[in-house]
Design a protein around this ligand. Structure first.
Ligand code: SF4
Length: 383
């Protein structure tokens, strides 16, 4: 197994792709499937989303060098009744629609096509059937920090390949383990991580873009993600989904020699994601292992408070001036611990175990509506 690390500012992408394909001794041919990372919800942040120029240049490179057809496959983003993120809107707002003008390039909504079931140690997922029919599969990830999984690299990027229902179920189960199982079931021929403009801080949605001018590629996702995490300052063995994937034999950790050979690319001041988002003086939102549906509900709740401050005066006073720390907990927070002096508000089915363990109430819905969340938070904080 092998890895290549390249300095790239975005100006010599064709050369970089040539070096990558040469390094792995691959020639583009037949039908090639690319899984990008169209994860951006407005406002679109460069470090969060696949760069349309990167994808355009990669598609052009593949066609020019022998590929028959490029299939860029992605689905809609998980949303809620009050706020959806349909596929076509992602394509248009993300700046990807013009890729359709390149001869031989198709953009496919993978939620709408025939699915096959794949399995890893009894864990089953629905993936697009076309993945098993193409000649070559490129897993095109973005380099990001992540509040729930520390980093989002090639293993995490594959979460977008499974059906929306699977994605929801993954969050109800063991997120790290399930990411590893996807890696075991679906193996790309090559994974490319675009770190030209990466994301640091509270990624994937609330971090900051950072120009790192790096591209990495590998044919072993454990090795590639571990090495990338090392460059960003992490101990890869402590990143749970990478460790789970290594245990499942999705791939191997890089050797010390390999790490040493790339250490000149290390970023010494990369800002990691925190485990919470803080609002005003007292509100701490803990996404733990939540899917983006509960996150969206809370974002909509925040918008509601901003829009109607007088209606939410009690909440604002407690949040800005009160003496009590208020934790809003979503997702499977099984391992979180707080002092008894703090107020905990649990939202969503996944936070149920945390609520039971601490003898508190929970808004036990998957996902709750925005209205239910507004009423529930008001009720909890007005006690
Ligand atoms: S309860 Fe919330 S976080 Fe859990 S699966 Fe449902 S929507 Fe996602």
């Amino acid at each position: 197994m092998s890895i290549i690390v390249l300095r790239e500012t975005g100006k010599t992408l064709q050369d970089s792709f040539a070096k990558i394909f040469e390094h792995f001794n691959y020639s583009p041919r037949g039908n090639i499937f690319i899984k990008p990372n169209f994860s951006a919800r407005p406002p679109i942040i460069q470090g969060e989303n696949t760069d349309p120029i990167f994808l355009r240049e990669l598609s052009k490179f593949l066609i020019k060098n022998g590929a028959r057809k490029i299939i860029i496959g992605h689905g809609a983003l998980l949303g809620i009744k009050e706020k959806t993120f349909p596929f076509e809107r992602i394509i248009n707002k993300g700046g990807f629609a013009s890729l359709r003008d390149i001869k031989g390039v198709n953009i496919l909504n993978i939620d709408d096509i025939e699915q096959n079931t794949v399995e890893s140690n009894g864990v089953k997922f629905s993936v697009p059937k076309i993945l098993q029919e193409v000649d070559f599969y490129i897993n095109l990830a973005k380099m990001k920090s992540h509040m729930e999984t520390d980093v989002s690299l090639s293993l995490k990027n594959q979460m977008g390949i499974v059906s929306p229902m699977d994605r929801v179920n993954i969050h109800k189960n063991d997120l790290d383990d399930y990411i590893a199982h996807i890696g075991k079931s679906v193996k790309p021929n090559i994974s490319i991580i675009d770190g030209i403009i990466a994301m640091e801080g509270n990624g994937p949605h609330d971090g900051k873009s950072r120009k790192l001018n790096l591209i990495l590629a590998g044919d072993d996702m454990v090795e590639l993600d571990s090495l990338t995490a090392y460059l960003l300052g992490f101990d890869c063995k402590k990143i749970l989904h990478i460790a789970a994937a290594q245990k499942l034999r999705v791939g191997n950790y890089p050797t010390n020699n390999t790490l040493e050979a790339v250490s000149k690319y290390k970023i010494y001041d990369f800002i990691r994601a925190e485990k919470f988002q803080k609002f005003l003086k007292n509100i701490y939102v803990w996404p733990t292992k939540s899917c983006s549906r509960c996150i969206t509900v809370l974002k909509e709740y925040g918008k509601h408070v901003k829009k109607q401050p007088f209606k939410n005066l009690k909440f604002i006073k407690k949040a800005a001036l009160g003496k009590e720390k208020i934790n809003i907990i979503i997702g499977r927070a099984d391992d979180l611990e707080f002092s008894n002096l703090e107020k905990n508000v649990c939202i969503g089915f996944c936070a149920r175990n945390f609520a039971i363990k601490h003898g508190i109430k929970n808004l036990d819905k998957c996902p709750p509506s925005v209205r239910e969340t507004i009423e529930y938070i008001n009720e909890e904080l007005n006690q």
